[in-house]
Design a protein around this ligand. Sequence first.
Ligand SMILES: NC(=O)c1ccc[n+]([C@@H]2O[C@H](COP(=O)([O-])OP(=O)(O)OC[C@H]3O[C@@H](n4cnc5c(N)ncnc54)[C@H](OP(=O)(O)O)[C@@H]3O)[C@@H](O)[C@H]2O)c1
Length: 279
Amino acid sequence: MRELRGRVALVTGASRGIGAAIAEALAAEGCHVALAARSQDAIEKRAKEIRQRYGVEALALPVDLGDATQIGPLIESVVTRLGRIDILVNNAGAGIYGDVASLRAADLRATFDVNFFAPVAAMAAAVPHMRSQGDGVIVNIGSIVGKMAQPLGGGYSASKYALHGASGAARAELKSDNIAVVLICPGLTDTEFAAHSRISVPGLEDMQGERHAPLRGVPTERVARRVVKAIRRREREVYITLFDRLVVLGAQLFPGLFEWGLLLATKIRRQRFAQSMQE
Ligand SMILES: NC(=O)c1ccc[n+]([C@@H]2O[C@H](COP(=O)([O-])OP(=O)(O)OC[C@H]3O[C@@H](n4cnc5c(N)ncnc54)[C@H](OP(=O)(O)O)[C@@H]3O)[C@@H](O)[C@H]2O)c1
């Protein structure tokens, strides 16, 4: 998709973080954008700023992607109000913290609803439109932890592994329809993701992730620029940094050594969590 000007893109999870940066970067290229998330005020404010700054159409579409019944209507609103859908960015996501063996089933299911079932349902609703247009790009925001286990983040990792699997299959299935499926695997990115993660630890089930320290990673704008490039080139899988790529490669080539690193990381994460509980 070389020319992005005039294209229509839906970005989920566009109220903040990586999604907000992707919506802005696409608008800067001349795309009309629909911003979806639960926080209505935040997406309306961002949509207004985008319209003023870039002179494109920008819609705010409040939605809870944890509710499967809202996903079909979301895609239909984009098509009805902006005329088509060329680019679907499945970015919305949420973390879950806790040992695999003690995760609450309801928490795990809620994580999968947003991180896996919602992107798949959005693809299902968008593909018929892309097919009839003869072109489309679906971007799924995965993670490096969808390629390797993350201690105390096993539920989150599993949801990203699932999304990676579905992305690979869909890429092959949709190629003949001229619909590209791009999987982005960011590493640590500077967002409020941790603060919005669910804590699924016995005794602390009702606590959201306010005990997590904010993530310090690459700026969201860098991720967004790379996403735009990947859309233009219809790339398969994209890492944001060389470090991310090497970590994943290292985990695959040297699993024993990687496991040793995981044990250390688990210990550090437990200590940090225990410390934050005492503060
Ligand atoms: N930050 C990282 O280090 C990192 C690394 C790798 C991958 N990722 C992935 O990148 C994506 C974006 O994460 P981020 O770091 O930008 O996190 P973030 O700042 O917490 O943003 C998450 C976005 O998802 C939306 N969202 C969450 N649950 C939703 C729901 N039920 N319905 C609708 N929207 C929902 C949030 O909006 P509302 O709360 O307004 O609904 C928000 O806009 C996620 O898929 C994440 O897994 C992040």
